[in-house]
Design a protein around this ligand. Structure first.
Ligand code: FES
Ligand code: FES
Length: 155
């Protein structure tokens, strides 16, 4: 049995037929073909699947596609594009905030949330603490933290 889900993704309304137990991350990747959102675990630990849900970073493997009905989802494809990068994307590029890149979309979506939640002042300690839900298997944390700090100055 499939059920129709209608939601807003990257500013446009989209619909698709999903199984009731389809995860939002699979709807994003497989139904919508937005493969910038990654799946790095099956235990909700890695954060590679992070998207913005009504403007707040969430792990899209922890929600059913049906729960996105009527909500607003933004994926990595929706925040910038070549030649017009989001300040967080530009900061990752300038500060070498990635190695293999697998965790990067999730790090960038989480990083935007960290900056927005800490507009009064963002310390390196806060960035490291709030990034605890995102794992980089290349262990490139130093430059990821540096990138988020740099983006905070431009956002
Ligand atoms: S795939 Fe969602 S936390 Fe790992
Ligand atoms: S850059 Fe390889 S997993 Fe983070």
């Amino acid at each position: 049995m499939t059920v129709k889900v209608t939601t807003t993704v990257n500013g446009g309304q989209v619909s698709g037929d999903v199984e009731p137990n389809t995860l939002l991350v699979h709807f994003i990747r497989e139904t919508l073909g937005l493969t910038g959102t990654h799946v790095g675990c099956d235990t909700s630990q890695c954060g590679a699947c992070t998207v913005h849900f009504d403007g707040v970073p969430i792990k899209s493997c922890t929600l059913l596609a049906l729960q996105a009905e009527g909500h607003d989802v933004t994926t990595i494809e929706g925040i910038g594009e070549p030649g017009h990068l989001h300040p967080m994307q530009a900061a990752f590029q300038e500060n070498h905030g990635l190695q293999c890149g697998f965790c990067t979309p999730g790090m960038i979506m989480a990083g935007i949330g960290i900056v927005e939640r800490n507009k009064g002042g963002l310390t390196e300690e806060t960035i490291r603490h709030e990034l605890e839900g995102n794992i980089c298997r290349c262990t490139g944390y130093h430059n990821i933290v540096k990138s988020i700090a740099a983006a905070a100055r431009d956002m």
